[in-house]
Design a protein around this ligand. Structure first.
Ligand code: NAI
Length: 347
């Protein structure tokens, strides 16, 4: 198939070219260029959808805009196969994709370890203030004032969403000697076997020392963490979001930080990250005032959606994406890689 690749960075190019070659080069990958020779290919929006003309399929990422307007423009160009090189599909208008007859494949599980381990890295760094200690020592400031952490052993960690990633995180936190509470409408039997108990979110929050978000962004989880639920959280708790930004209501989060109800916050995702993350913006003025406010807190640690970013995960993403395209050339999508809710069209 002739495939238009959107939002491609150098590492995407390398891994996709290698995976395509390994599969016998079944596809012609067209890494869309931006005027000026920027290394990052354009993001898919209604305006850039025209770049997919004369392609059978496209590859898209988490911040590409797969709304009705874009999908309609793509369908008019007869480019109706989409290989998402990510697990989440909250950026896809399911109803429009179904109506317009799109085939969509995703990469549901490339390395749950990559994302879970990044959450642990954030918890440890925030708790022991490594982000601050690193800078201090470089400036020959060897004072420990303000760097006091706590033992993870014995603390209560609540995991919202115990699917592939949440389950790996649960096991790691048990290894630290934590008490793990789970919140998920679909309990994971392998975690129950380990003694982990399931609770309603409202019941778990008052007991929680570390709240980890590991659920998808859906209508039900949009702003699940808001003024009300934050108030229920145990005073002094830490919040870690590596799932999707819009699960958290950002102004409510800032208020909880200002009142010191939250002791620390780690974010790998942000509600309005589309216009920020994955690019070097060090020469630009930051116009997002909420994000700017978050950056001022010494107890907030933000990474720019890098939880997935390990060699193993990037290679697995590329291999599954190429396999999905090969199946789509045959008018199907591997069952495990279909988008829930889109099965009838994909069958
Ligand atoms: P998964 O599909 O294996 O598990 C998601 C779990 O969330 C399921 O058990 C589901 O029942 C549960 N869930 C759904 N609605 C819920 C609700 N209202 N309350 C509590 N639990 C709920 O997905 P996986 O692979 O574990 O990924 C989880 C999310 O992590 C993805 O949807 C994606 O948004 C995010 N992610 C972030 C990455 C990053 O680089 N920061 C990389 C990969 C995924």
């Amino acid at each position: 198939m002739r495939v238009a690749v959107f939002s491609a960075r150098s590492y995407d190019r390398e891994s996709l070219i290698a995976a395509n070659k390994q599969a016998g080069s079944p596809h012609e990958l067209d890494f869309l260029d931006v005027p000026g020779g920027a290394l990052t290919g354009p993001r898919l929006t209604p305006r850039t959808a025209a770049l997919a003309k004369d392609h059978d399929a496209l590859i898209a990422f988490t911040n590409d805009q797969l709304d009705r307007e874009t999908l309609t423009a793509l369908a008019e160009q007869e480019c109706t196969c989409i290989a998402l090189r990510c697990a989440g599909f909250n950026n896809l208008d399911l109803e429009a994709a179904r109506e317009l007859g799109f085939l969509v494949g995703r990469v549901p599980a490339y390395s749950p370890h990559a994302v879970a381990e990044h959450a642990v890295a954030l918890i440890l760094a925030l708790n022991r203030k490594l982000h601050r200690a690193f800078n201090r020592v470089r400036e020959h400031n060897f004072s420990l004032a303000g760097l006091l952490g706590f033992d993870l052993n014995g603390k209560t960690v609540t995991i919202v969403g115990t699917g592939a990633i949440g389950a790996v995180l649960a096991r790691i936190m048990l290894g630290f000697g934590c008490r793990v509470l789970a919140v998920d409408p679909v309990p994971n039997p392998s975690l129950i076997e380990l003694g982990i108990t399931y609770h309603e979110l409202d019941d778990a929050l008052p007991e929680t020392d570390i709240l980890c978000l590991k659920c998808p962004l859906t209508e039900q989880t949009h702003h699940l963490i808001n003024e009300r639920t934050l108030a229920l959280l145990k005073p002094g708790a830490m919040l870690v979001n590596t799932a999707r930004g819009a699960i958290v209501d950002t102004p409510a989060l800032i208020r909880a930080l200002k009142s010191e109800h939250l002791s620390a916050v780690a974010l790998d995702v942000y509600e309005e990250e589309e216009d920020l993350f994955f690019e070097d913006r060090s020469q630009s003025i930051l116009t997002d005032d909420l994000f700017a406010r978050l950056l001022t807190f010494p107890n907030v640690l933000i990474t720019s959606h890098q939880a997935f970013f390990t060699k193993e995960a990037v290679n697995a993403i590329a291999e599954t994406t190429i396999a999905n395209l090969t199946a789509m050339a045959d008018n199907s999508v591997p069952e495990a890689n279909r988008v829930p809710g889109l099965e009838p069209a994909a069958a």
